[in-house]
Design a protein around this ligand. Structure first.
Ligand code: 9WN
Length: 434
């Protein structure tokens, strides 16, 4: 079974491979996405270290002069909406060399660097050299990305990353964002036609039209100020502190710091370790003592955004004090989450099945996302909890046994939902079976 799963996963990644980059999925997402690329590179490294390096290199080529890694790189025409004509990255005050979107996604990239390096060294020979040269040669670019996040997205040093669009969170329509979006009131705007709904079985597996109007309204607001970060902060209708993004920054800054140290960049290492500590503290301070879950904040109203979303487990990603981790672990495996009696597979749902907002088939409002299971499993191992990591892996492998490599799954029936042949799902399977 494991060999069949690995073969099928490899076939999905080959099918989505354009040569120098892998599209996030064949029809729904025919371009390169930022955080998808990191997960995909981890999986591909199990097949070919040079190919994994190429994947990361093509993403880095799209880095903005500011240091931002954009969330989508458009390298060919397609019907995806919003495409480059709506994003208009060429209008940016300091524009990127390639056509990209104008926002970012959570940093997972240094996880990919660490995995590529580990796999290169395990294989030895030219793979080892390729991986080491690649990490040493591109560290300045990845450092600039983490620096930009720490400076531009947390200018006051609170240890929480602010975002200007829910696409930046990667969890687009999560209940986390219901309140801030209730304050986004689109005015007159250029008409548009969605294309995403053509590629899924049922429209109800995707965000609603009302949500899309708000998503595009925010894009137009950013274009209007030519992606000037300062102006965006002042004018954008969606302005929140994202606890899960912050946890990833804490984790990935720590890894970048370790890599910098290893490759002789002492000052960079110290700087990244400070960034990691700052965001780890920000995440820890955002844990609600009553629920035990980490909480986002709406920066327009100052309101805390309580929601039963998977992001509440941010400390399991960033790392935290032992008592915080123990409580989070218990909650994660408990009856409101992985241990919920109606779940088909005991892996984390995107929203708790015990919550009023739970919607078993709609995107980030309930379904289980295998890539998120992979992330929690990887982080658990890194933070010394091999038992949790192994449990999640085992359950996820059962879920992936249908070989559809779906984007997400109905947590109650186990049915595949969203896109099929999703690259990051196949990548997770490959890493787990290696
Ligand atoms: C918008 C590619 C991306 C993921 C996101 C996921 C979804 C895009 C969309 O697909 O978002 O960025 O068009 O719905 O929410 O996490 O990176 O897989």
């Amino acid at each position: 079974m494991t060999a069949a799963l690995a073969d099928a996963a490899a076939a999905v990644l080959r099918g989505n491979d354009l040569g120098h980059l892998t599209v996030a999925s064949p029809d729904l997402y025919p371009h390169q996405w930022s955080w998808d690329t990191a997960f995909v590179a981890v999986g591909i490294s199990r097949l070919s270290v040079p190919r994994a390096v190429a994947e990361m290199t093509s993403l880095l080529a799209a880095q903005w002069p500011s240091g931002m890694i954009p969330h989508i790189v458009f390298d060919r025409p397609s019907a995806y909406f919003p495409g480059p004509e709506r994003w208009r990255s060429e209008l940016a005050i300091d524009p990127p060399a390639l056509r990209t979107s104008g926002i970012c996604q959570p940093p997972v990239h240094s996880v990919a660097l660490a995995c590529i390096l580990q796999e290169g060294r395990r294989r030895g020979g030219s793979d080892r050299r390729t991986a080491e040269d690649f990490v040493a040669g591109t560290l300045p670019g990845w450092l600039a990305w983490h620096r930009w996040l720490a400076a531009s997205r947390d200018p006051e040093g609170h240890g929480l990353v602010e975002i200007h669009h829910s696409w930046e969170s990667g969890m687009d329509n999560s209940p986390r964002w219901d309140f801030p979006y209730s304050r986004v009131m689109p005015g007159e705007m250029e008409p548009f036609t969605r294309t995403d709904t053509r590629h899924v079985g049922e429209v109800r597996q995707r965000p609603t039209d009302e949500e899309y109007r708000r998503y595009i309204w925010l894009v137009d607001q950013m274009v209007a100020v030519r992606y000037d970060e300062e102006a965006i902060r002042k004018t954008i209708d969606f302005h929140v502190a994202d606890v899960f993004f912050s946890a990833l920054l804490a984790l990935t800054a720590e890894i970048i710091g370790e890599l910098a140290e290893e490759f002789g960049r002492r000052a960079d290492a110290a700087e990244m370790s400070e960034v990691a500590a700052r965001f780890r503290a920000g995440v820890a301070a955002a844990v609600d003592p009553e629920t035990g879950l980490a909480t986002d904040r709406d920066l327009r109203s100052g309101r805390l955004l309580h929601s039963a979303a998977l992001s509440g487990f941010a400390p399991l990603i960033s790392g935290a004090e032992a008592d915080v981790l123990a409580r989070q672990r218990e909650l994660l495996l408990g009856p409101d989450w992985c241990g919920h009696r109606a779940l088909r597979h005991a892996v984390p749902p995107s929203t708790s099945p015990a919550a009023a907002q739970f919607d078993r088939r709609r995107y980030w409002r309930g379904p289980q996302w295998p890539v998120m299971t992979w992330l929690f499993s990887w982080a658990a191992r890194r933070h010394g909890d091999a038992e949790l990591a192994g449990r999640l892996r085992e359950e996820a492998l059962r879920q992936l046994g249908d070989l559809s490599f779906a984007e997400y799954y109905d947590p109650l029936s186990g049915q595949a939902l969203g896109s099929r042949a999703q690259s990051w799902t196949a990548a997770a399977a490959l890493d787990w079976t290696a």
